[in-house]
Ligand binder design. Structure first.
Ligand code: HAS
Length: 543
């Protein structure tokens, strides 16, 4: 790669891994405190640590890693290097995001931003926390400008209608991010900052939560699609195979453009003040957004079989033996894929209107997102880091780091199975999420939670060890591994695949249909949130 591009991408990735270390430390302390193993020193609160954990990992690690990864891939596939303007935008975005992240982290450390990573009203932080969050989002828009600019430059220079598959996926992932963040930006700028600065003394809680979840659900597909880009384009190359179908892959991504956003109210199925008919509309759309993930499962399994058969596998399942099980670049994302089977099934349970009433606000939900985000997406990012960091730093993945990487994946997976498994089960026994204590006293139900709490604490320790090992390996690959060349693995499509229809890259069509879907799914609920708020009741007016 171009050295200047590499430095830019590595800057993003380095911050991601610092966030991983700090966020994991907060996670460890918090799980041990919650499960009664330790008491927190120096007046640090459970909710404060929980906020630090969520913000640093769910918002910091993910956003920085994804931007570093996508920028590197876009530079590679669209002309070999970033244009000077794109690179400049990349740096401006990086610094704006980093000032924001530091500001928000500082507010949390000072206990002035203890509002959890979802930060909607009525929990209130100091303005510095919200300004930090706003800068993180605005910075990420500027960084995204680099991706879009590079894409436009390439299209103009080549005149081609279809971009390379990785670049297409990067553009879709970022489009979803931009459209989603409009909601949270409106919430922060129009509601939270004026309220927290004391310019207005009341806030419309329902509107704030609705705007947050307009952002909060597509956010999960921003995390997921970066991982899917690696599954579709990178993994087939690592296993010596080909992309099953370029058109199918693009269609899955195009469906995510349509369906990622107009589903946010499935996080608010128990929300008073929203009409249940609109909740049902979001439930239907949520069931539809499952379809591109099922297409992905089919497509990725197909590319595994292709790889095995290209290597001469015989019989119905002979290809399984041919997969490179000892290569961490494959093994870590593969574990992520397997965990997405129960993780996705849990999502469907959450999204089922009636079942949601059983699992909502219990640890079941926390179990769900530790499987989907912290395992499926994050293990894929780790798998990517093992080749992306040495590719950028001009170094190589040594056999020892590869072996340690497998150990890291096992630590992470065992930790997550213990913790997330226990969370799912104890959630069904009624243990609430996001609470440092319960008011049930010595009731037998609380005693029935005890064994699961022990499992959670054990899982948390494994995860912390896994996180520390990952951070050490990431920085070793950045600064100390032997010098050499590492490839950016990009697979070709199978020769006999159908041609990809150009319509899949007609952005105005997909974004246009999305705009209509958003209008249908959100106009009435947002109008209701504004109009039907009980007049004058504190916390339920627009300002
Ligand atoms: Fe979710 C809550 C519904 C996917 C993350 N979700 C959350 C929260 C987070 C989150 C962070 O409807 C908590 C927010 C908070 O703090 O309150 N989720 C879904 C549904 C899906 C889904 C329907 N979620 C994700 C992904 C996430 C994520 C992905 C992060 C990356 N989720 C919900 C709902 C709630 C929720 C409700 C709110 C609950 C409440 O009441 O609060 C779907 O997209 C899932 C579809 C996925 C599949 C799996 C396909 C399998 C694949 C693997 C293939 C494997 C291969 C290997 C090829 C159907 C693609 C083969 C080899 C083998 C051996 C098997």
């Amino acid at each position: 790669p171009d050295r200047q591009d590499a430095r830019l991408c590595l800057a993003y990735i380095a911050v991601a891994f610092v966030a991983l270390f700090l966020g994991a430390l907060a996670g460890l302390l918090q799980v041990l405190q919650r499960t009664g193993v330790i008491e927190l020193p120096a007046g640090i609160g459970y909710y404060q640590l929980l906020t630090a954990h969520g913000v640093l990992l769910a918002l910091g690690l993910t956003t920085y890693f994804i931007i570093g990864f996508l920028l590197a891939g876009v530079a590679k596939t669209l002309g070999g290097r970033l244009t000077a303007t794109a690179r400049r935008l990349g740096w401006v975005g990086f610094w704006v995001m980093t000032v924001g992240t530091v500001l928000a982290t500082y507010a949390i450390l000072m206990n002035k931003g203890t509002v959890l990573y979802t930060f909607y009203a009525p929990l209130k932080a100091s303005p510095s926390f919200y300004i930090g969050m706003a800068l993180l989002v605005v910075g990420s828009w500027i960084s995204g400008g680099a991706i879009f600019l590079q894409y436009r430059h390439w299209k103009r220079a080549t005149g081609k209608k279809l971009s390379p598959l990785f670049a297409y996926m990067a553009v879709v992932t970022y489009l979803i991010w931009i459209i989603a963040t409009l909601g949270v930006a409106a919430e922060v700028v129009l509601q939270l900052i004026p309220w927290s600065a004391g310019w207005v003394d009341r806030i419309n809680v329902l509107l704030s939560r609705t705007l947050f979840w307009y952002f909060g659900h597509p956010l999960v597909y921003f995390w997921l699609l970066a991982a899917y880009a690696a599954w579709y384009v990178v993994i087939p190359k690592i296993i010596g195979g080909k992309v099953f179908s370029d058109a199918l892959a693009r269609l899955a991504f195009a469906l995510f453009i349509l369906l990622s956003v107009p589903v946010g109210i499935h996080h608010q199925l128990t929300e008073p003040g929203l009409d249940s008919r609109w909740k049902l509309v979001h439930v239907f759309l949520t069931m539809m957004v499952v379809v591109p993930s099922l297409m992905t499962a089919f497509s990725i399994a197909g590319s595994f079989e292709i790889a095995g058969r290209l290597k001469g596998a015989k019989g119905l399942f002979g290809w399984i033996k041919m997969l490179p099980w000892r290569d961490v670049r494959f093994f870590a994302p593969f574990v992520g894929m397997v965990m997405f089977v129960p993780g996705g099934a849990g999502g469907i349970i959450n999204a089922s209107y009636q079942l949601n009433t059983i699992v909502h606000n219990t640890l079941f939900i926390v179990g769900h997102f530790h499987l989907t985000l912290a395992t499926t997406a994050v293990l894929t990012y780790f798998g990517v880091a093992y080749w992306l960091i040495p590719y950028l730093s001009g170094r190589t993945l040594t056999p020892t780091v590869n072996r340690l990487g497998i150990v890291q994946t096992v630590l992470w997976s065992v930790g997550m199975l213990l913790m997330s498994g226990a969370m799912h089960l104890v959630g069904l026994l009624g243990e609430p999420r996001r609470t440092a204590f319960t008011t049930y006293g010595d009731h037998p139900i609380v005693q029935s939670w005890e064994p699961y709490r022990a499992m959670m604490a054990m899982g948390g320790v494994f995860l912390f060890l896994g996180a520390v090992l990952m951070v050490v390996l990431a920085f070793y690959l950045m600064f100390a591994a032997p010098k050499g060349q590492t490839e950016f693995p990009l697979a070709d499509t199978v020769e006999d695949a159908h041609d990809t229809p150009v319509v899949l890259e007609r952005w105005s069509l997909w974004v246009g249909v999305l705009a209509v879907l958003i209008l249908i799914a959100y106009s009435k609920p947002i109008l209701d949130a504004i109009r039907h708020a009980p007049p004058g009741s504190p916390g339920f007016v627009l300002w």
